[in-house]
Structures are given as C-alpha cells and as structure tokens.
Design a protein around this ligand. Structure first.
Ligand code: PBG
Length: 307
C-alpha cells in the first residue's frame, strides 16, 4: 500500500487541477518522494456552483476559498492550492500561505485580434474582470465590454462562436492548460496585470509546522515577496479583487519595483503610480494605496468604499 505523504485540496476546474498537479510534482521532486505520494482532492467551491451567475450578484467574497478553507481546517486536507489572484487579501488567521511557485507569464492575452489597437471600431470584448474592462475602455473608448463567465474553455468557445468579438485571459492560465498558441500577449505597459496574477500559492493550517516546513522547500522567494507587496496594496485599498485595480511588483535584489493603478469602471479616470520599496516592506505599498485613494476622483473612490 502506498504511504500517502500529503493531501492537497483544490478546486476542480481544469486549470485548478493542472496547478495542483504542478505543486504535487514539485513536492515529490524536491523531497524525493515516489510519484503519487501527494494526493489531489478536488473540492467544489461556491464560485464553481454559481458559475452561470454574475460575480457581483453572488457576492464576490471568499467565493473560491471558503470550502477549501473548511476542508483544510477540518483536517481532511493538509494544504490548499490557489491561484493567488483569486485569494482575498484578508485571510483567516488560522491559515498561512506557506509557499508560492515561481510566477509564470503575468500578461493577459487577447483572443480575437492581434492587439487592442487592431480591434474593429465598436467591437465587443467579453470579460468579467472589472480591471480588464476598465483598462480596455481607457485605451479604446469606442469598445463595449460585456460580462462573461465560465472556465477558460467556455470563454474561448464564446469568442469562437462569435458571441463576442474578443476576450482577454491570463497567459499563465492558457499556458498551464497547454494553450500556448492561443491569443496575443498584451504588454504590461498596456494592461497592467491583476495583483498576484500568474502566481500559485499553497496554504496550510497555521498550527501545522510540519506541513509548512515541507511546503517551504518549494517556495520561490522573489515571487512570494512580490505577491506579498501586491496583496498589501490591495488590502489597503479595501478592494476585493473585483475592483478595477492592477499591481505588479518585480524583485531586483533587495528592492521591489512596483507599478499599480486604480480606475473608474468606464476607464475614464485612472490613478497610476510607480514606486520602489525594500523587499519585505509591506507598509509602503499600503500607504501608497491610501495616498492614491485620497487623490482619486469620486468615480474611483466610491468603488473602494464600504467593502
Ligand atoms: N479569475 C480566474 C483566474 N484565476 C487565475 C487565472 C489564471 C492563472 C493565474 O493568473 O495565475 C484565471 C483565469 C484568467 O484570468 O484568465
């Protein structure tokens, strides 16, 4: 009988399963465990069950994490694998993000045209991301955006069938699903990514030092430090990541180069900043967020109030 070493909880979507397999393979490799030592347990989340309803209507918070958290806290799993982008910036104190894999391509890819500038006049872009919608409308005020949901395949099918002219998806997700040839990458100077885009995180119980130590072995330091800075920015905004917010931190030695922006829904208003912090300094991105909110027009500020 196989001696199972660790059980991973994950959402059941094809992307989530692919990510869980990446984590399992990384753990087995670094610890020299036989293949299959790490068991993957899919857990259905509220976000998956409510797939066909707009996110705003089902009340965004903890949509992707609640059931995974409960399973983990109940001891049915040892850790949960998340797309860090989908993990709320406030987490229960009983859990700890023990590791992150090396970040993949942080860019979005456009499906349906070679570039945003190439989209036909008045084109309809399907996206359920307020960030992507606002950013596209800022660059191309003639474009209309419409909400679409569903997993990556569903979204690609909606674009292919002509329901929408184009859509935007994270390069990281497409690549992990083996769709390397799909879409055209948009540079971060045009579409700054969502906080934590492209990063996979592994969370365990704060009380479980043994699992935390096992996970630590696959932690990618620079990714972890960058994502912590982006999450500190997001947390200080009080934004759920269903707000039009972008942040991208790059670690260079002991410094973080940080770019960020907040936008109005229609993209007409935008506050953007570039800053440098010491790695591990989570107060600077938080105060930057506060300063940006203070000088933001009401069209932006009200998106971050009372959340
Ligand atoms: N909200 C869905 C989601 N969460 C993480 C990814 C992609 C993978 C990543 O950013 O690490 C996606 C799909 C997308 O935005 O296209």
């Amino acid at each position: 009988m196989t001696q199972h070493t660790l059980t991973i909880g994950t959402r059941g979507s094809p992307l989530a399963l692919a990510q869980a397999h990446m984590v399992a393979a990384a753990l087995e490799k670094v610890h020299g465990w036989p293949t299959g030592s790490v068991v993957i347990m899919p857990v259905k989340t509220s976000g998956d069950r409510l797939q066909d309803r707009p996110l705003a209507e089902v009340g965004g918070k903890a949509l992707w994490t609640k059931e995974l958290d409960l399973t983990l806290l109940a001891g049915e799993t040892d850790c949960s694998v998340h797309s860090m982008k989908d993990v709320e910036s406030e987490r229960p104190e009983t859990l700890v993000i023990a590791a992150m894999l090396e970040r993949a391509d942080v860019r979005d890819r456009l499906i349906g045209a070679g570039s945003i500038g190439d989209l036909p006049e008045g084109a309809v872009v399907g996206t359920s991301s307020p960030r992507r919608s606002a950013q596209v409308r800022r660059l191309r005020p003639d474009i209309r955006t419409t909400s679409i949901r569903g997993n990556v395949d569903t979204r690609l099918a909606k674009q292919a069938s002509g329901d929408i002219d184009a859509t935007l998806l994270a390069a990281a997700g497409l690549d992990r699903l083996g769709r390397r040839e799909v879409g055209a990458a948009v540079e971060v100077s045009d579409l700054l990514p969502a906080p934590a885009q492209g990063a996979i995180g592994i969370e365990c119980r704060a009380s479980d030092a043994m699992t935390a130590a096992l996970l630590k072995a696959i932690d990618h330091r620079d990714t972890h430090l960058a994502v912590l800075a982006e999450r500190a920015f997001c947390r200080a905004l009080g934004g759920t990541c269903h707000s039009p917010v972008a942040a991208y931190a790059q670690v260079e030695g002991n410094q973080i180069n940080f770019g960020c922006e907040i936008l109005s829904v229609d993209g007409r208003h935008r506050i953007a900043e570039a800053a440098h912090f010491a790695v591990g300094d989570l107060e600077s991105p938080a105060s930057l967020a506060q300063a940006m909110l203070e000088r933001a027009p009401p069209e932006i500020r009200r998106l971050f109030e009372g959340q």
